[in-house]
Design a protein around this ligand. Structure first.
Ligand SMILES: [Zn+2]
Length: 249
């Protein structure tokens, strides 16, 4: 590691749980972030700053004025730009060592599978159930860990679906497809809440890559921001789950 890197990452390297070895694992890793909005913004910023080697950013949308209240990776000069373009410009300024790859298209299952096969960790920063189920399917098939979060109104949640055979997947937790599609476009969301949940996704991602501490595998953490109360729910693999029950047999 060069002097500039030792300096840039010194506050992480001095953590005994990471040390130089952990920092090198981060520098050699590839994380894919699906959705460059409210959750994807802080997640991408912290992962780029922390020294993830490659970030693949997926979003087909362009920056809109109504995004700026919470999507802090983009600013007023970016309105009209593709979100991945705006994201790349700002992330590259933050850390030129981070390699950024843009995917500017709606993600279909085959593309998600390709992404899951190539990435060490996937971050689900989308805002709809169809994408969440498809991303989960791709991660189960490719045995890629998935860090999933959501935020709506004053409520946030996050969990980790790991690639171990006994680990539950997103669909073990939410078996019912066709659930009413709630998103912040229709329901609103308080700005810092997406920052909290997206930052937690970055943190869980770093722990997965460096095998540090215990992740939220098998645990769903929810936040009610109105009274700042956290709750934790444990969940198990569903032996009849349509997505993962045959994946490792
Ligand atoms: Zn499952």
């Amino acid at each position: 590691m060069q002097d500039a890197q030792l300096s840039r990452y010194s506050r992480q390297i001095m953590l005994p749980e990471l040390d130089i070895q952990g920092q090198q694992q981060l520098n050699n890793s590839h994380v894919a972030i699906i959705g460059m909005g409210g959750l994807g913004s802080p997640a991408a910023m912290y992962l780029a700053a922390a020294g993830i080697g490659q970030l693949t950013l997926c979003d087909f949308d362009r920056v809109d004025l109504s995004n700026l209240q919470r999507q802090i990776l983009h600013n007023s000069h970016d309105i009209g730009k593709h979100k991945t373009v705006s994201a790349q410009q700002h992330l590259q300024a933050l850390n030129p060592e981070c390699r950024i790859v843009q995917i500017q298209q709606k993600m279909h299952l085959s593309k998600m599978s390709e992404l899951a096969a190539n990435a060490d960790v996937l971050l689900d920063c989308t805002d709809n159930f169809a994408s969440r189920f498809a991303l989960n399917q791709a991660c189960v098939e490719q045995a890629t860990p998935l860090v999933s979060a959501a935020a709506i109104r004053w409520e946030g949640q996050i969990s980790v679906f790991s690639n171990e055979p006994d680990s539950a997947c997103y669909q073990c937790l939410y078996p019912a497809e066709g659930e009413e599609n709630q998103n912040c476009v229709n329901n609103g969301v308080i700005a810092p809440l997406v920052g909290i949940m997206g930052s937690m996704q970055a943190l869980e991602c770093i722990k997965l890559i460096t095998a540090t501490g215990s992740t939220l595998k098998g645990r769903l953490l929810t936040l009610n921001a109105l009274d700042m109360s956290w709750r934790e729910f444990k969940f198990l693999k569903d032996p009849d789950c349509k997505a993962c029950s045959h994946a490792h047999s």
